[in-house]
Write a protein that binds this ligand. Structure first.
Ligand code: NAG
Ligand code: NAG
Ligand code: NAG
Ligand code: NAG
Ligand code: NAG
Ligand code: NAG
Length: 463
């Protein structure tokens, strides 16, 4: 990573204050001064084109230049001598990666396997289960599309033997109220004839991008003998994960989103008691009864293993950039203040309570007629990519209103959120039938001085 002299702009000021809040020892502060500043100057470590404001890390992620180097090194190594790579060198490298990830998420490396994506891992978990007649599968209405489909598939092909149970959550809602509603729901739907066999819970839902208090949900489920699967697709790199403390039955997370690894890398945790029963979604030569987790998941077919091998470079990059805590704090702070910038420009509201924000924030769009039939998720995609290509964030409807999910990353600062605000105001103004597509700073609460004033608000660490 190349270090650069910081430009003293607002976001850097914010990050520096945050850094200082965390440090007690002045020599630690000295050490921090030597770290690269997070924010705009980090863009050079990534590939985004200059005229594009990337505020959507949440959808596909993107990786730093250093990670691409790591990725290509392994690709070349494999091609230089495929037999040496696949038959001898791959396995120890693969083990090293599992061991590194085990440290990051506090799990035993032998309980972790690498899979290309969370959808694949989730298929392995769910399609390995043998259900008894009457059993139910629980998930939230905010479940990710692919995961909802896996459950629907199992129900459809069970010949009526099993069913699903959906808990509806409506945002904005505080964690306390949400947990109260969830516990009431569990109590009211309890039925010994139809036990809930397994529950799929997101660690951070995709849309809206809300951090779910799984540390409080998992005990409620375990108390009722419900197997718990955590979909942490967005979690590693965005929030700390402590598998041993959380103690779910299964946990899966993508390394190619917030951890900065190359696409096609995820890690699946399986509690020891379930390991004899879990097979990959595609059965391969490693199949045995009882299942041997490591043998079966190691080689699921010939593929390019280098996305897995990019994980060490991603972890190294993160250390060089200041470490896990600093990256997460920076992104959280930026999402929190960025959300305020957007909500004040839109004269609307942020969807999350502060302790529900990781590195993504969801803000209500100023749309006069949310039921306008032309408004679909696809309409917003098309409108942005074709007519307003300066930035992009996914818009979606929740509880009868349109919201946008915006991601904060170490290469962003608050000025990017100002661009995002203007971008969506222009689209919404056009949608409102007005020719008024530019915003005047005098009318706009999001002025430079207001933005800067956010930097003086008390800083964080509430969850
Ligand atoms: C996701 O992972 C599964 C295996 O776990 C694999 O079969 C599938 O091709 C992967 N999908 C993509 C898009 O890489
Ligand atoms: C949850 O919402 C869906 C869709 O609006 C609805 O069909 C379903 O009945 C609701 N479930 C419960 C338990 O209220
Ligand atoms: C749910 O039931 C348990 C056990 O009967 C009880 O302790 C708890 O207070 C109930 N929770 C709610 C929210 O009703
Ligand atoms: C708990 O669930 C498992 C299956 O997931 C079942 O075998 C066991 O009998 C259940 N235990 C109780 C006490 O209901
Ligand atoms: C669109 O119209 C609604 C209702 O009149 C208003 O609340 C909203 O602020 C308008 N949006 C923009 C971007 O002006
Ligand atoms: C133009 O849009 C801005 C921002 O929504 C709004 O404050 C202003 O009143 C609009 N002006 C007109 C003439 O519609």
């Amino acid at each position: 990573m190349r270090y650069t002299i910081p430009m003293m702009n607002c976001a850097i000021a914010v990050s520096f204050i945050v850094i200082c809040v965390h440090l007690r020892e002045s020599n630690e502060v000295e050490e921090l001064r030597r770290l690269p500043p997070l924010g705009r100057s980090m863009r050079q470590e990534f590939f985004m084109k200059d005229d594009y404001i990337f505020l959507n890390h949440g959808s596909y992620g993107t990786y730093p230049r250093d990670v691409q180097k790591g990725l290509r090194e392994y690709q070349e190594r494999a091609e230089r001598d495929p037999d040496l790579w696949f038959r001898k060198d791959l396995k120890p490298e693969h083990t090293k990666v599992r061991e590194m990830l085990a440290e990051v998420i506090n799990a035993d490396a032998e309980d972790l396997v690498l899979v290309p994506n969370t959808t694949g891992g989730m298929n392995a978990i769910f399609r390995s289960l043998v259900f008894a007649a009457g059993e139910r599968i629980l998930h939230f209405n905010t479940v990710y599309g692919s995961m909802g489909s896996i459950i629907q598939y199992l129900v459809d092909y069970s010949n009526g033997a099993i069913s699903k149970l959906v808990f509806n959550v409506t945002y904005p809602i505080s964690n306390d109220v949400f947990l109260q509603q969830f516990e009431t729901f569990l109590n009211e739907t309890e039925d010994p004839e139809q036990p809930i066999r397994i529950a799929l819970i997101d660690h951070i839902t995709s849309v809206p991008g809300v951090v779910i208090p799984i540390e409080r949900i998992i005990p409620l489920l375990k108390l009722r003998n419900i197997t718990v699967v955590i979909d942490g697709a967005h979690a590693i790199g965005q929030v700390p994960i402590d598998v041993k403390a959380l103690d779910p039955d299964y946990y899966i997370t993508n390394c190619h989103k917030w951890l900065y690894a190359a696409r096609g890398s995820a890690v699946l945790y399986v509690a020891k008691k379930h390991q004899p029963f879990v097979h990959p979604g595609f059965i391969n030569a490693g199949y045995s009864q009882p299942a041997k987790l490591q043998d079966e998941f190691y080689w699921t077919g010939t593929m390019d293993f280098s996305p897995y091998m990019s994980i060490p470079a991603a972890l190294q990059f993160r250390r060089d950039a200041g470490g896990e805590e600093m990256i997460m704090q920076y992104n959280h702070n930026l999402a929190y203040f960025g959300g305020k910038v957007l909500a004040s420009a839109f004269k609307t509201e942020v969807l999350q309570y502060k302790n529900q924000i990781g590195s993504m924030v969801d803000v209500r769009l100023p749309v006069d007629n949310p039921d306008n039939p032309k408004l679909t998720n696809g309409w917003w995609v098309n409108e942005q990519l074709t007519k307003h290509p300066e930035t992009f964030s996914p818009a979606y409807k929740h509880n009868g209103r349109w919201w946008v999910r915006v991601s904060a990353q170490i290469y962003n600062d608050l000025s990017d959120f100002e661009v995002c605000a203007k971008h969506f105001l222009a689209i919404c103004n056009e949608l409102n039938g007005s020719q008024n597509t530019t915003t005047d700073n005098d009318d706009n609460p999001n002025t430079e001085s207001n933005v800067n004033s956010f930097a003086h608000v008390t800083l964080f660490k509430d969850n």
